[in-house]
Design a protein around this ligand. Structure first.
Ligand code: AGP
Length: 609
C-alpha cells in the first residue's frame, strides 16, 4: 500500500529517493518523506499531500548527502498529515525508519514502549517499530532491527538508517515486498523492481524474515537469527522504458494500448495456430494429476476476482470440473471445507495482495493444490504456489488494472483448454477452434482499439451521468462486473455490475432516464435473454449501450448505442469485450477531469487485509 526506497552511494540521496518514489507513487500518494545522513546529522523532510509537495520543498531547500530513505504513503493507521508521514524517528532522533505494511500488535507494543518513557509523535503503527529499534539499539543497527522484528506481528517492509552508523542501511521483509538493487559503488532498497530498474537490472528479492545490511560496496543477507544467507541476484527482464508512459498521457491509456503486444507475449510458446496442444511452462502438474482434479476454486480480489469469474466459467465448461470462485476475503471468512483433489487457483497482478496471499496459505494448509495466475515474477503469491503461470503484461502502473485483467482471463482460458485436452472432456475439433480463436486474439483486440474515437464520442455523450448499470450473463457476467468496477474506480460514477437475469429481482427499480445501462450482448447461448433484458430497460426509458459483434445488425434496433467488437468464439468474447469498456471508463473519467492514474482513496497493491 505504501512505497519505500533507500539509497547509499556517492550521489545525492534525495534525488535518487525522489526518482524512486515517483515510480512507486502508484502504491500510495497521500503523503511522502525522506530522511538523509547529511554532514553527519540525520535530516528529515516529510509532507502531507502528493509527492510533488515534497519535491518542491526539497528543491527549495535541498538536502545533501547519503545514505537516505524515502516513503510515499497510503494511510492505514492515522490520517494523512505531516506528523503521520514517514520516516519515523527514535533513539533521540538518531534512527529513521520507513515502513510498508501493518503491525497488527502495535497497540500493545505502543503501550509497553510508552511505559518505558517513549514519546510518540504520530498515530501510526510504524512509529512503534522505530521505537523498538531504538529500544534494542546497542551500537549494531542490524541486530536491533532483527530483534525489533521479532516483537512485531503483521506485515512489514522496512528501510532503516542511523546517525551513529552513517555507512549502513538495513532492510527487512515480512509479507510486504522488498528488493535490494545492486549498483557499482552504490546500492538501493525499494518496494519493487520498478523503482530501481533505471539504476540497475540486478536485485535481491527478499523473502519473509530476511534482512539485508547494505553499504555502498556490499550487500549481506541474513535470516531471522542473524545467520548469513546466500541467494542469486534476480535479473529484471524488462527495461526502464517499459515502466514509462511512452508518450501516452496516462499510464492507464498506455497499458490499454499495450494489450495486443502483451497478448502476443503471453501466447508466445504456449499457443499458436496449428499447435496440437497448449503448452504452459509454469503448469507443473502431471497429466495424471490434472486428471485427478475433482474441484477447482478460483480466488482473488477486485479486478482479479472478475477474471476468476471468467476462469471458473471456462474451466467448468471446458474441463468438466465442478468449479467455483470466491472473493479471497470472503473465502477466509467462511473457513471453506476443502476435500481431496481440490485445485485452488489464485489470481493476482501484483502477487502481493494480502487477502489473496492469506487465502492461499489457508487453502494450502487445508490440503488444496495451489496454482496461481500472477504478473509480477517471484512475488509472494508466486513463491507460495505449487505452480504459477505468469501473465506477460510487464509492469502495470495504472491503479486501474487493464492489461493484467485481459491476460488473467487469457491464461485462465488457456488453463481450461489445457485441462480439457488432458482430460478429453471436449471434442478435439472444438478445442482446435478455441486454440485458433485464442491465436487470433491480438488482431481482435487491435481492431477494438482502432475504434477508440467512437468510444470517445460515447464517453462524451454519457459522461455527465452519475449512475449506470452494467449487465451480463453466463460467460459475460464477469465482464459486466469488471466494466462497472473500471468506470467506478477512476470516474467515481456509481456504476453497478449485475447479472442480467437479476434485473427483475430488484435493480430494475433503478432504471430511469438518468441511469443508463451497458449490456454485453454478444451472439451466443444467452443472446435472446439479453435482448429481453434490454427491452425491459428500454420500456422504462432507460438508455442502453450494447457491446455486440460488429456483424450483428439486429441489435441496433433495440438499443441507443452499439460498441462493436470483432466476432470471436463466444467463450473467448470476454477478452475483446473488455477493451472498449476500459477505453469507455478512461474517457468518461477524462471528460470528468479525474486523476485517472491515481484515483482518490485507492492504491495499486493492497498489501493489508
Ligand atoms: C483493479 O482495477 C483494482 N485496482 C483492484 O481491484 C485490484 O484488481 C485488486 O486490488 C487485486 O490486486 P492484485 O491483482 O494485484 O491481487
Amino acid at each position: 500500500m505504501c512505497g519505500i526506497v533507500g539509497y547509499i552511494g556517492g550521489r545525492r540521496a534525495t534525488e535518487i529517493c525522489l526518482a524512486g518514489l515517483r515510480r512507486l507513487e502508484y502504491r500510495g500518494y497521500d503523503s511522502a518523506g525522506v530522511a538523509v545522513m547529511s554532514k553527519g546529522k540525520l535530516v528529515v523532510r516529510k509532507k502531507v499531500g502528493k509527492l510533488q509537495v515534497l519535491a518542491d520543498s526539497l528543491e527549495a531547500e535541498p538536502i545533501e548527502g547519503a545514505p537516505g530513505i524515502g516513503h510515499t504513503r497510503w494511510a492505514t493507521h492515522g490520517k494523512p498529515s505531516d506528523a503521520n508521514s514517514h520516516p519515523h524517528l527514535a533513539c533521540g532522533d538518531k534512527i529513521a525508519l520507513v515502513h510498508n505494511g501493518i503491525i497488527e500488535n502495535y497497540a500493545e507494543l505502543k503501550e509497553q514502549l510508552m511505559a518505558r518513557g517513549c514519546v510518540f509523535r504520530s498515530e501510526t503503527d510504524t512509529e512503534v517499530i522505530a521505537h523498538l529499534v531504538g529500544k534494542y539499539y546497542e551500537g549494531d543497527l542490524l541486530a536491533a532491527v532483527i530483534r525489533a522484528a521479532k516483537d512485531c506481528e503483521g506485515a512489514y517492509a522496512l528501510a532503516v538508517i542511523c546517525e551513529d552508523e552513517p555507512d549502513v542501511m538495513i532492510a527487512a521483509r515480512l509479507k510486504s515486498p522488498l528488493v535490494v538493487g545492486l549498483g557499482e559503488g552504490e546500492n538501493f532498497i525499494a518496494s519493487d523492481m520498478l523503482a530501481v530498474r533505471p539504476e540497475t537490472d540486478q536485485v535481491y528479492v527478499l523473502d519473509n524474515d530476511e534482512f539485508a545490511k547494505v553499504t555502498r560496496d556490499r550487500v549481506e543477507l541474513f535470516g531471522p537469527e542473524g545467520q548469513r544467507i546466500e541467494k542469486e541476484p534476480y535479473v529484471i527482464p524488462w527495461d526502464a522504458a517499459a515502466a514509462g508512459k511512452m508518450g501516452h498521457e496516462k499510464f492507464m491509456h498506455k497499458e490499454i494500448h499495450e494489450q495486443p503486444g502483451c497478448i502476443r507475449d503471453t501466447l508466445a510458446g504456449r499457443v499458436a495456430a496449428g499447435m496440437e496442444e497448449i503448452s504452459l511452462e509454469g503448469l507443473t502438474m502431471s497429466e495424471d494429476e490434472i486428471k485427478q482434479v475433482q474441484r477447482v476454486l478460483f480466488t482473488a480480489c477486485g479486478t482479479a476476482y472478475h477474471a476468476g469469474m471468467y476462469g471458473r466459467f471456462v474451466m467448468e465448461r471446458l474441463a468438466g470440473i465442478p468449479s467455483e470462485v470466491d472473493l479471497a476475503s470472503e473465502l477466509r471468512a467462511r473457513d471453506p471445507v476443502i476435500l481431496d483433489n481440490t485445485l485452488a487457483i489464485i489470481v493476482s497482478q501484483s502477487g502481493e495482495t494480502a487477502d489473496s496471499l492469506e487465502g492461499l496459505l489457508e487453502l494450502r494448509e487445508k490440503g488444496a493444490k495451489i496454482g496461481s495466475i500472477v504478473n509480477v515474477v517471484d512475488s509472494a503469491i508466486a513463491r507460495e504456489s505449487h505452480w504459477t503461470v505468469y501473465t506477460k503484461a510487464g509492469p502495470e502502473i495504472g491503479v486501474a488494472s487493464t492489461k493484467a485483467y485481459t491476460l488473467q482471463c487469457l491464461v485462465a482460458l488457456m488453463l481450461a483448454v489445457r485441462f480439457a485436452e488432458v482430460r478429453g472432456s471436449k471434442p478435439k475439433a472444438e478445442l482446435e477452434e478455441l486454440r485458433e480463436g485464442i491465436a487470433r486474439l491480438p488482431a481482435a483486440v487491435e481492431a477494438t482499439l482502432e475504434n477508440e474515437q467512437q468510444i470517445v464520442e460515447l464517453a462524451e455523450k454519457y459522461q455527465q451521468y452519475d449512475d449506470c448499470l452494467f449487465l451480463g450473463r453466463g460467460v459475460s457476467f464477469g465482464s459486466a462486473m469488471e466494466g462497472a468496477l473500471k468506470l467506478k474506480e477512476i470516474s467515481y460514477v456509481h456504476a453497478e455490475g449485475y447479472a442480467a437475469g437479476e434485473m427483475k429481482h430488484g435493480p430494475i427499480a433503478l432504471i430511469a432516464p438518468e441511469c443508463y445501462t451497458v449490456a454485453i450482448a454478444v451472439r451466443g447461448e444467452v443472446y435472446e435473454k439479453m435482448l429481453g433484458n434490454i427491452q425491459e430497460v428500454k420500456a422504462r426509458d432507460g438508455k442502453v449501450i450494447a457491446v455486440a459483434f460488429e456483424d450483428d445488425e439486429d441489435i441496433k434496433q433495440h438499443v441507443d448505442d452499439v460498441i462493436p467488437i470483432p466476432r470471436v468464439p463466444e467463450l473467448i468474447a470476454p477478452i475483446p469485450v473488455q477493451v472498449p469498456l476500459q477505453l469507455f471508463a478512461y474517457h468518461v473519467a477524462k471528460f470528468r477531469g479525474e486523476d485517472i492514474d491515481q484515483p482518490r482513496n485507492l492504491a495499486k497493491t493492497v498489501t493489508v487485509e
